[in-house]
Ligand binder design. Sequence first.
Ligand SMILES: Cc1ncc(COP(=O)(O)O)c(C=O)c1O
Length: 445
Amino acid sequence: MTAQGAGVPPSVNDLSSFWMPFTANRQFKAAPRMLVGAQGVHYTTDDGRQVLDGTAGLWCCNAGHGHPAIVQAIQAQAAELDYAPAFQMGHPKAFALANRLAGMLPGDLDHVFFTNSGSESADTALKIALAYHRMRGEGSRTRLIGRERGYHGVNFGGISVGGITNNRRFFGTLLTGVDHLPHTHRPEKNAFSRGQPAHGAELADDLERLVALHGAETIAAVIVEPMAGSTGVLMPPKGYLERLRALCDRHGILLIFDEVITGFGRLGSSFACEHFGVLPDIVTTAKGLTSGTVPMGAVVTRKGIYDAFMSGPETAIELFHGYTYSAHPLACAAALATLDVYQSEDLFGRCAALAPYWEERVHGLKGKPHVIDLRNMGLIAGIELEPRPAKPTERAFEAFLKCYEAGLMIRTTGDIIALSPPLTIDREHIDTIFDTLATVLDILD
Ligand SMILES: Cc1ncc(COP(=O)(O)O)c(C=O)c1O
């Protein structure tokens, strides 16, 4: 190590210092895939190629890239008010955005706490759930229930309730007092389902087993993704979310929906809770809130939860939680402009209108080599491939590389290809996605 400034200035082509997240660093650095621009539904690579964005970045750029209204709002905000603390201070756009978000969510989901990411939203929601019970004199409710294959980001709370093995196994004992429901992937019964699969509602009943084991009076909250994205796009079986809601009600347990992917139009409605008609107590969001332009997340709670905190002395801080960048002015400006774009361009309606065509094209891949399941809803799809013997993930990753060479960005998780394009996509782009995938699947070993 050298003192700052004492070393030789690194070359811009030196890739060694950046420890890349969720990446095979050595493999990437040996053959980098560099993006240098983005406009509409395309990325530009450093060798000047256009790559169709089949994943909205990381499930976040729902309004497409470089939208002039969003760009302009961020630029203007940087010049007008670059930063303002949200602890004991405020700025108008934070309140305007909270009101706007509250207005988009169903029922009495009407109080908004700002974070900077999905991971922070998950941990914030879990902390609010624990503190809520304590505020109401039910301090014994300290257990948190997640689900196998769940993804709630990478902070300690999120990985503790999460259920993706590699995200947990390297990091010690995690939070205590956590248990998991079974995941809902039942390909033996549900393979090639369109939309919600028919089988598996009864998997929610496992919550009764956990209640019998631990006692309801020890359980604070259940957190699930209403549609599990990162694990490889698993739709909730018909009736499953309703059953989970009823069981949580029966036992006084808060229900948290992690809508970091499903929020902001991905399924053709504002949020999954609206889409499925099931009202959770807390919703976590991020990603599409600013269409990925500025990091921001938000946790939305039902009125009764906020009110429970408002009972002590008015001079006392009610929730000992927050981030330096909660409600950052640039993020608020980006989010307000993004919500305007969603509304003025009716992008959620556009998603719903394109969904049947999307579904046809997804299921048109049935019978292609290696395809063992196809799943879809709104503008999202999971294409599950048979893993190579003793070499899990290799086949899908090779598909990812071949698609990239062919001008299409997809995402893979395990041996599942996940698609989630910007909601600004049109039919021709959808054709390009599935024609490219069909060609790649045909040539894949
Ligand atoms: C459901 C869900 N929760 C939380 C997260 C974490 O979000 P972030 O990467 O912004 O921390 C993600 C990211 O994909 C997600 O899909």
